[in-house]
Design a protein around this ligand. Structure first.
Ligand code: 4AD
Ligand code: MG
Length: 467
């Protein structure tokens, strides 16, 4: 085969030098035609669009074409031509075809459509479908948007450890990390497990959040963000929970809760606008296939300012709704940790735009949040989104050493795990705030997908760690 430098299909579709000799490589989506001419739709992942390869059977060996089946990998040399077909600008008139990798009739992604549930069982192949190609290209774009946003604002990307000895959220939903022989565990004299023999010499876990170390960084570098995997051993089999998910956690010295809300709103809007500006083809596909209101919903979020409301006011609205006959699955009263149905009622039914709920009861929030004067609430903020419910959780942090220490003791958090964190309040303490955005929750919103298992390549959920 003649050596020609490869052009990716996204580029080849835009080229205007009709008549040029080109090479493309990719996987066969479909082949159709008659005994004179065949049309092969080739996709290389660079775009949702396929390149049409036109094969004149007088020029290409028919025997070779037998191996050109759905899923096979091809290298194609040919002449770039203007396409007369709808929805494409160029096509390739093949001069030479090389089958790099065959795919026989057992290839699971034959032409017929598959349900998203079925595709989860073949997560190793699903990126080759239009849907998952679109989702993962958007996922990449969202990551770039996030780094761009913070870099432009002068934040530093700070790397926090994944293995930790402390439980940031205090919810006890951590995966243990150990090299101890689980079939032969040593115990101390009082019958407890002997962690002195373990790899780190003490109990350790996978982190649920990079926030605590993020605060160390914010109170020295000024403004930082983390962006990495986090792990939660919560046994919630819902369309919005993963055991391994990615989180973005900005933390800013001298920001109060209002600055924090402003940052969160600007940040999400930047990401949504980035998707609209950079992922038009993929969004259009998802809009047409799954959710006819997707693009309108994304544009809507850019237009409106987010409602800002105290938890207490939010609960009043929900109680009023119950009084007027609205049925929720879970009860609602002051002090309850709101369920996603409550959050979505506020956003979708009542206000019809995103809501930032603030000043939650301290009992349902983490130890590090700034305590309000009322003695009952903390300066927390959750950003609630249509279709999703909570997309961001954050707060102003308790900057007062004594108040923070008192709360740590009240909650029986082991002090030996926390000494380094308390040092931020001991030496040059300052007001500061931050939040965590669940990357996959953002992905759910931006793609319109219904299940969080469909916006991460290889989901980890209870009883599922395949691939
Ligand atoms: O509200 P969370 O638990 O807050 C924190 O972890 C804080 N340390 C953040 C901070 O202030 N720096 O989690 C933050 C966000 C949630 O709003 C949600 O979007 C996402 O992380 N999240 C999950 N996403 C997928 N699966 C799970 N199991 C999640 N748990 C939380
Ligand atoms: Mg939360």
């Amino acid at each position: 085969m003649k050596q020609i430098k490869r052009t990716i299909i996204a580029e080849a579709l835009k080229r205007t030098d009709i008549g040029a000799e080109v090479n493309i490589k990719g996987w066969v989506r479909t082949k159709r035609g008659n005994k004179n001419v065949n049309f092969i739709a080739l996709n290389d992942g660079s775009t949702i669009k396929n390149m049409q390869v036109v094969v004149d059977l007088a020029k290409i060996d028919e025997q070779l074409l037998k191996a050109v089946t759905t899923g096979a990998c091809l290298s194609v040399n040919g002449i770039l031509a203007e396409s007369l077909g709808q929805g494409q600008t160029t096509e390739i008139q093949a001069t030479e075809i090389d089958v790099l990798g065959k795919a026989d009739e057992t290839y699971p992604l034959q032409k017929k459509g598959h349900s998203l549930e079925k595709l989860r069982e073949i997560a190793h192949l699903r990126p080759r479908t239009n849907t998952f190609g679109a989702v993962f290209r958007i996922r990449h774009n969202m990551a770039i948007a996030i780094h761009t946003f913070f870099h432009q604002k002068g934040f530093y990307y700070f790397h926090t450890p994944l293995i930790t000895g402390s439980d940031c959220e205090g919810a006890g939903q951590m995966f243990q990390v150990t090299t101890m022989d689980l079939n032969n565990l040593k115990r101390t004299e009082d019958g407890k497990l002997d962690f002195s023999e373990d790899f780190f010499g003490k109990p350790t876990s996978l982190t649920v959040s990079g926030q605590l170390e993020g605060e160390l960084a914010a109170t020295s570098l000024g403004a930082i963000y983390t962006f990495g995997p986090t792990f939660r051993a919560e046994n919630s089999n819902t369309p919005r929970h993963l055991a391994e998910f990615w989180m973005i956690e900005p933390e800013v010295a001298f920001n109060d809760i209002t600055d924090n809300m402003d940052l969160a709103e600007e940040f999400i809007k930047f990401c949504v606008k980035w998707a609209l500006d950079n992922c038009a083809d993929d969004l259009q596909f998802l809009n047409d296939m799954f959710d006819k209101e997707l693009i309108a919903r994304l544009q809507g979020v850019l237009k409106d300012s987010f409602v800002r409301l105290a938890y207490t006011e939010g609960v009043k609205i929900l109680e009023e709704a119950v009084k007027n006959g609205h049925k929720f699955e879970f009860p609602v009263y002051w002090g309850v940790d709101l369920a996603s149905e409550h959050e979505r009622y506020l956003v979708e039914e009542h206000f019809k735009r995103p809501v930032i709920l603030t000043d939650y009861p301290k009992e349902i929030k983490a130890f590090y949040m700034k305590q309000n004067e009322d003695g009952k609430t903390v300066r927390a903020m959750d950003v609630l989104f249509p279709k999703i419910g909570e997309i961001i959780g954050g707060s102003e942090r308790e900057a007062d050493y004594d108040k923070l220490l008192a709360r740590i003791q009240e909650l029986n958090i082991p002090m030996k795990d926390m000494w380094w964190y308390l040092d931020t309040r001991k030496y040059g303490s300052c007001p500061h705030s931050g939040f965590g955005l669940g990357f996959e929750r953002l992905m759910l919103f931006v793609t319109g997908m219904q299940n969080i298992r469909d916006v991460i390549p290889f989901p980890r959920t209870p009883k599922n760690a395949e691939f």
